[in-house]
Structure formats: structure tokens, C-alpha cells
Design a protein around this ligand. Structure first.
Ligand code: FNR
Length: 191
């Protein structure tokens, strides 16, 4: 079956390198993965007081969108050696209310992106810490730490060199295998 892969980008800016890499990854996904970019920029900051019978519409729409997916790919920059607040907020919104965590059990992949060195390692590993409580089985190998990203993309945001393109394609192939390993029957929400 075709699998729905949610793509969450941890940057809100229009010219985001992370979004460009996310698009480059999605473009190299195997045919059996359907990538769906789910936007997180309009989610109100999580506040338990608002999470009653009528939560903010943007939260409900986000939760419903994730529920329709079989897996999640996170493509994130690093802010102060961790993930940006917008991405943490999206994780928090999706995790609630108790017992209704929409991320539970969904296989995940992580790619971290930076124009600097060190591959946004801090963000890549910080988000993995959240997966413990979110109960998301995350692909461990291959890892994707995208350093010096501005040198990898041309003016149109396309990947310039073959090695990087091959790396991204290999990552998506491995992610597809990981998703099918974790969820041989597809989404638990189909049941
Ligand atoms: C950064 N940046 C950054 N880079 C990095 O490699 N490690 C870091 O800890 C930080 N910290 C940081 C904090 C804040 C608040 C900002 C705004 C930026 C730089 C960051 O990698 C750069 O702005 C990227 O271009 C952000 O990713 P997008 O928006 O291009 O996807």
C-alpha cells in the first residue's frame, strides 16, 4: 500500500534551508511514500486551559492531519543547540490531551540542517529525546546531519552535487523500509 508520510519543517521563514532540504528529500522519496507537508506556523502556543471541548481549530486540524498519516519526517534547523520552539510546540499540541497523542507509534525520521558546521547535531538529538515520551519509533540509521547547507543548494534551492542527492535518496529509501518494518500493515488509525 501507499504510505502517507507527514513532513514537518522546524522553520517558518520563507527561504528556509530546512524546507528546501525537506523538499529535496520528498522529491527523492520512493513512489510508495506520499509526502504531505503539514504546516505548524499557525498553531497557537500550547496552553492546557484551551484544550477543552473546543480546542483551537488549528490544533484540531493539525491533530487530524497527523492522524491521517502513517509516519512522520522531521526536518529541522537547530536553535541554540536544540529544536526551534515552533517545532516543540507542534509536538506538544499533537501529544495532547492525555491518551490522544496523535504521534504515538508512528515511525519517524529526522534530518537536521544548518548553514554552519556540526550538522545541527543538538537539534537532531534533542528531538529524539521527545520521541521517548511520544512513543515514536525513530529510524536510527542512516543519520542525516546536513552541514554547510548553503553550499549544497543552487539559486533555485535544488541540490547541486550528486553525492548529496544520492545521500538524500538513500535516506528516503531507508526510511521507507523502516516505516514498513515498524508498521507492516500501514496506519493503526485505519483500524
Ligand atoms: C540559529 N542558528 C544556529 N545554527 C546552528 O547550527 N546551531 C545553533 O544552535 C543555532 N542557533 C540559532 C538560534 C536562533 C534563534 C536562530 C534564529 C538561528 C542559525 C541557523 O542554523 C540558521 O539561521 C538557519 O538558516 C536556520 O534554518 P532555516 O530557517 O534556514 O531552515
Amino acid at each position: 500500500p501507499i504510505l502517507q508520510l507527514a513532513v514537518l519543517v522546524g522553520s517558518l521563514r520563507a527561504q528556509s534551508f530546512s524546507r528546501k532540504i525537506a523538499k529535496a528529500l520528498a522529491a527523492r522519496a520512493p513512489d510508495s511514500l506520499r509526502c504531505r507537508f503539514i504546516e505548524i506556523g499557525e498553531l497557537p502556543l500550547y496552553n492546557e486551559d484551551l484544550d477543552g471541548d473546543t480546542p483551537p481549530a488549528a490544533w484540531s486540524a493539525f491533530r487530524a492531519a497527523i492522524r491521517e498519516c502513517d509516519a512522520v519526517l522531521f526536518v529541522t534547523p537547530e536553535y541554540n543547540r536544540s529544536i526551534p520552539g515552533c517545532l516543540k510546540n507542534a509536538l506538544d499540541v499533537g501529544s495532547r490531551p492525555p491518551g490522544k497523542n496523535v504521534f504515538k507509534g508512528l515511525p519517524a525520521g529526522v534530518a537536521s540542517v544548518t548553514p554552519n558546521k556540526l550538522g545541527a547535531f543538538g537539534a537532531n538529538h534533542a528531538i529524539r529525546q521527545t520521541f521517548v515520551f511520544l512513543d515514536m519509533p525513530v529510524m536510527q540509521q542512516p543519520e542525516a546531519y546536513i552541514s554547510n547547507v548553503s553550499e549544497l543548494l543552487d539559486a533555485n534551492g535544488a541540490v547541486k552535487n550528486g553525492d548529496t542527492a544520492a545521500f538524500l535518496e538513500n535516506f528516503m529509501g531507508a526510511l521507507e523500509i523502516w516505516i514498513r518494518t515498524v508498521r507492516p500493515g500501514g496506519s493503526s488509525f485505519d483500524a
